[in-house]
Ligand binder design. Structure first.
Ligand code: UN1
Length: 498
């Protein structure tokens, strides 16, 4: 079978990298399965993509927003038509099970319709002026060329949270998808091409962080950067952008807790723990990697959770019977295995899993057992550091207050959940847990696109994506005063007697 080579998309053309180099992408469930080659883009490619986006901006920003939105509506329709095909490519490329991959594409469809509607809103304020015969309002203005750098774990959904709001606001875009999921990036861009987006408005450069991402972030004509990935890389992105005050949106790590109170519906909490901890093989920013469980129900919870985790069927996500796919790469698998060793050395009790899967069905993929450590102390590294794999720590707590204290005692603050039947507990947790997202009686994963997505502390830098909140990243407020009095009026000074 011929292995395809995909190109960059710059100024309305599919073009090869000026580096003359490509990189390969293989299926993490089967490393014999070579999916395709992609361009290894360099500074020159980035310069070309940014120049195209810069040139297209002058016209695109003046297209009426409702017309811009019509193209986004078509993008959503095209994604809906191709949902299964794109989901299959996604599963093959990054491993998540097919039903989840379909959910990923669905998230972009939802975002498309949401942002299509925004084209007829993009609300600002109109207010009375303190002076007579004067009008005051604020309007959203586009910023310019936006650079999107995304992770591989939600390879269509997360780019949609960034690209669709950027475009409806009137910005143009250079998109660098994760090198672990470039085909999803290509597929997503193809939907815009087929929807009739004018040339140069959306450009795609594939490649790695140092070769492609770094020159993109540093490019002087890029006015706004939106990044999803590790806290370590996010810090570098922020530092690169600081000297020129480039607008930066960062979405980084998590160590998301599920609190299970002694009044919780236990079966529901166990189900939530399994889905939150092992859904997407634990490779979500929102994955529940800490179960903080009230000591009164601790043993029962642990027994049931361990039993459920051990029963999970692990394998290729293309098989409909499989519940958990591989981790993304050999390097990521090594990291997971290293953390398992760390957990053992720290004295946590390994209650489920703990090993790479190596049998016949798993030999050519990066499969790891769903793994649970119990009796974990909050000071252990496995309870504090983001592992990004199927490893969950169970930590006992004495009370709601103690549980919230443990929940907040990490560097990150993306998502949290509480299982309780007590409304006072629920509202206390909603108020006191220091995260950007909080669930009651549902696990930490499963955010919906019309609400703000993001986190506190080392998870973010104060911005939110998706929802209407994303518009704040991709627009600047312009405040406009219109004085139709025909004379000089001085604010704060020319106060009228009434
Ligand atoms: C991510 O892990 O980066 O809320 C995004 C969720 C998904 C998105 C996760 N809708 O779990």
């Amino acid at each position: 079978m011929i292995v395809p080579t995909y190109k960059n998309y710059i100024n309305g053309e599919w073009v090869a990298s000026q580096s003359g180099e490509v990189f390969e992408k293989r299926n993490p469930a089967d490393s014999d399965d070579l999916i395709a080659y992609f361009q290894k883009s360099n500074q020159a490619d980035v310069d070309g993509a940014v120049a195209a986006a810069r040139a297209a901006y002058d016209a695109w920003r003046l297209v009426p927003a409702p017309r811009r939105a019509e193209i986004l509506y078509r993008v959503a329709q095209i994604l809906a038509e191709r949902k299964l095909a794109y989901a299959r490519d996604m599963t093959r490329e990054m491993g998540k099970v097919l039903a989840e991959a379909e959910g990923d594409v669905q998230e972009a469809i939802d975002m498309g319709y949401l942002m299509a509607g925004e084209g007829r809103r993009l609300f600002g304020q109109t207010t009375p002026s303190e002076l007579r015969d004067k009008f005051a309002m604020s309007v959203r203005q586009p910023i310019g060329v936006s650079a999107m750098i995304t992770a591989w774990n939600f390879p269509i959904a997360v780019p949609s949270w960034k690209i669709l709001p950027a475009l409806v606001c009137g910005n143009t875009v250079v998109f660098k998808p994760a090198e672990e999921a470039p085909l999803c990036g290509v597929n997503f861009v193809q939907a815009f091409v087929d929807a009739g987006l004018p040339k140069g408005v959306l450009n795609l450069v594939t490649g790695d962080g140092p070769g492609t991402g770094a020159p993109l972030v540093a490019h002087p004509d890029v006015r706004v950067v939106s990044f999803t990935g590790s806290t370590e890389t996010g810090r570098r992105v922020n530092e690169t952008c600081a000297p020129t005050f480039k607008k930066v949106h960062l979405e980084m790590g998590g160590k998301n807790p599920i609190l299970v109170m002694d009044d919780a519906r236990l079966e529901l909490a166990v189900e939530g723990a399994v889905w939150g901890g092992f859904g997407t093989t634990g490779q979500r920013c929102t994955a529940a990697s800490r179960m903080i469980v009230h000591e009164r129900i601790y043993r029962t919870f642990v027994d049931r959770f361990v039993e459920r985790a051990k029963a999970l069927r692990v394998g290729s996500g293309l098989d409909p019977n499989i519940e958990m796919g591989p981790v993304i790469s050999e390097a990521q698998l090594a990291k997971v295995m290293q953390y398992v060793e760390v957990g053992k050395q720290e004295g946590a009790t390994l209650a489920a899993g703990g090993s790479r899967l190596t049998g016949e069905a798993h030999a050519r993929g990066f499969f790891h057992e769903p793994t649970i450590f119990v009796d974990v102390d909050r000071r252990m590294r496995i309870a504090r550091e983001e592992i990004f794999g199927p490893v969950v720590s169970v930590i006992p707590c004495r009370s709601l207050e103690d549980g919230i204290d443990i929940a907040n005692d990490v560097a990150y603050g993306l998502s949290a959940a509480i299982y309780t039947q007590n409304i006072n507990n629920a509202f206390t947790a909603m108020r006191d847990i220091d995260t950007g997202i909080c669930y009651v009686n549902a696990p930490t994963i499963g955010a919906e696109v019309h609400l703000p997505f993001g986190g506190t502390k080392a998870t973010g830098n104060g911005h939110r994506e998706a929802g209407v909140a994303a518009l704040d990243v991709f627009s600047e407020w312009k405040t406009v005063y219109v004085d139709f009095s025909g004379r000089l009026q001085r604010a704060q000074m020319d106060l009228e007697e009434i």
